[in-house]
Design a protein around this ligand. Structure first.
Ligand SMILES: Cc1ncc(COP(=O)(O)O)c(C=O)c1O
Length: 429
């Protein structure tokens, strides 16, 4: 009997829902299977090369297969990959986090950003003895139960009612989350005031997706929360080590009580960490088991020496002089390039982002939160991203941002803009 021949992408659709590992939502004819990556490029099973604008969703901050990381990890692999206990690289990494991140007095590791924000919220609930958390509409804090509430709401509820983006979220979780509009301090403080005695924490992406905070917004959150003994959590899974070595808290000069780290910290290896005030993190000291505010926080792979070694190599590169000037110059080149092309072609869109992050929103209105972003033309955005993909730019068409890495060159940016112009021109006004 003849065995049917399937392409790699057909095989992928047979075993994975949607033919992917999650998100992307690529049509079958555009689906690919990757073989390897180097620097700013990835390659598929047909040998086609793409400029990567996803970079492992921002985790591969130095570029694919960075030599310093490959060498360090290879050496560590021969010494053992996991002990679920403190090893030398894990300790050295924790010490570096304390030096780098302003709010960090203590650290506990996990293996993803999803876990890190989940633990932040659990710690906040235990510390304050309160249940509710405030989350901003459109913010993503990972795939945990609260992280998918009002993530991509397709109908807009009155604040502070949450709107589950995923099925399967218990009502009790919805009842414990209050949704507020990002960059709207007045409405947010009204919500906080109304529920103050029930609120454990406000969790915020300091740079909300790709939308920067307006002057005074983060400072206002810090002030309101501190005055009501509510904890402020920064989700720095994206911004950590990306907007500055000390993350958004260094960049914007606002220090939270707790911060979730992930993505770029691991240089492409699975990582998550909670850093923050010692009096809060110490709640998970195991000798406290049985006390009412004891917090369970443990992970088989959190703090494993392979990830820690990759992270130490990543941070050593990021500490090199000129790193952040380079990140910002690259990002600005991409953003100003897109602005010039849009103006030249007479296409209405907003170019968002900061540092090495960029996004386009096809709307004439300035974008300051989820609702202003929601008014943008989503069909056009999808056509634009699929067009880039067809023309050799690897990206996640469902993503809210393009990620640049230190491996991207000025030539890469020129090439991205050349392809971007072609796609926008074909799409027309
Ligand atoms: C701001 C933010 N927090 C948390 C997460 C979840 O991180 P992970 O995918 O490592 O679970 C993400 C992922 O995109 C994110 O963007």
């Amino acid at each position: 009997m003849k065995v049917a021949q399937h392409t790699w992408s057909q095989r992928s659709w047979q075993v994975f829902p949607g033919g992917s590992l999650g998100e992307y939502n690529l049509p079958p004819d555009l689906s690919i299977v990757l073989t390897h990556g180097k620097g700013s490029r990835v390659y598929d099973t047909t040998g086609r090369e793409y400029i990567d604008l996803t970079m492992g969703w921002g985790s591969v901050i130095l570029g694919h297969a960075h030599e310093r990381i490959v060498t360090a990890v290879t050496r560590q692999a021969a010494l053992g990959s996991n002990f679920s206990y403190v090893s030398r690289p894990t300790l050295e990494l924790a010490e570096e986090l304390l030096r780098a991140v302003p709010c960090a007095e203590k650290v506990r590791f996990c293996a993803s950003g999803t876990e890190a924000t989940m633990y932040c919220v659990r710690l906040a609930r235990a510390f304050t003895g309160r249940e509710k958390i405030v989350k901003f509409e459109g913010a993503y804090h990972g795939a945990n139960e609260f992280g998918t509430l009002s993530l991509f709401p397709q109908h807009l509820s009155d604040f502070p009612l949450p709107n589950p983006t995923s099925a399967g979220i218990p009502k009790a979780v919805c009842d414990s989350v209050l949704i507020a509009p990002y960059n709207d301090l007045e409405t947010t403080s009204r919500i906080i005031d109304e529920y103050a005695s029930d609120i454990a924490a406000v969790i915020v992406e300091p740079l909300h997706r790709c939308t920067p905070p307006q002057k005074g917004f983060l400072e206002g959150l810090r002030q309101i929360t501190a005055a009501r003994n509510i904890l402020l959590i920064f989700d720095e899974v994206v911004t950590g080590f990306r907007l500055a070595y000390g993350g958004a808290q260094e960049y914007y000069g606002v220090i939270p009580d707790l911060a979730a780290l992930g993505k770029g910290l691991g240089g492409g290896y699975p990582v998550g960490a909670v850093v923050g005030r010692a009096d809060i993190l110490d709640l998970c000291t195991e000798a406290r088991l049985g006390q009412p505010d004891y917090v369970w926080f443990a992970s088989s792979l959190g703090g494993n020496p392979i990830t820690a070694t990759a992270a130490l190599a990543t941070l050593a590169e990021l500490r090199q002089p000129g790193t952040y000037q380079r990140f910002f110059a690259l990002g600005e080149r991409l953003r100003s390039g897109f602005r010039a092309i849009l103006a030249e072609l007479g296409i209405t869109a907003q170019v968002l982002g900061d540092g090495p992050l960029c996004a386009l929103a096809f709307t004439g209105q300035p974008v300051s939160d989820y609702r202003t972003a929601f008014q943008a033309d989503q069909d056009r955005a999808r056509r634009f991203k699929l067009g880039l993909f067809q023309n050799g730019i690897f990206l996640n068409p469902m993503s809210t941002k393009f990620y640049l890495s230190l491996a991207h060159s000025d030539k890469d940016i020129e090439q991205i803009l050349r392809i971007g112009r072609k796609v926008l021109q074909e799409m027309g006004r």
